[in-house]
Design a protein around this ligand. Structure first.
Ligand SMILES: [Mg+2]
Length: 108
């Protein structure tokens, strides 16, 4: 879990903590029995962003749905008690080591 230094630094762990506080204040639990539901709800926000883009809504509307997805991801990260900053840094370091267009055969 995030230590105080990463939360205080205003990184991802600070956002995770803020989202967790908001969700608790608004009655949305982070119990492990909701993990499957939380994963599914991340998909709904991506679908909403897709629909907003398809309909030609202002890009800010698309962005708002993407932020909804981030909020749901941050809530799930808090439920799983994961260090978002450490995971992000490790994954980015791994991705920087990969070759140009890695794992791409048929587009993407
Ligand atoms: Mg939404």
């Amino acid at each position: 879990m995030a230590d105080e230094s990463t939360v205080a630094a205003g990184g991802l762990n600070a956002k995770v903590a803020e989202v967790r506080a908001l969700c608790e204040a608004k009655g949305f639990s982070a119990e492990h029995s909701r993990i499957w539901e939380m994963l599914a709800l991340i998909h709904t926000e991506i679908s909403e962003a897709t629909d907003a883009y398809k309909k030609g809504l202002p890009l800010e509307a698309v962005g708002e749905e993407l932020i909804d997805a981030l909020i749901r991801i941050f809530h799930l990260l808090s439920a799983l008690d994961l260090d978002a900053d450490a995971l992000f840094e490790a994954k980015m370091a791994k991705n920087w080591q990969r070759p140009y267009k890695y794992n791409t055969v048929r587009g993407g």
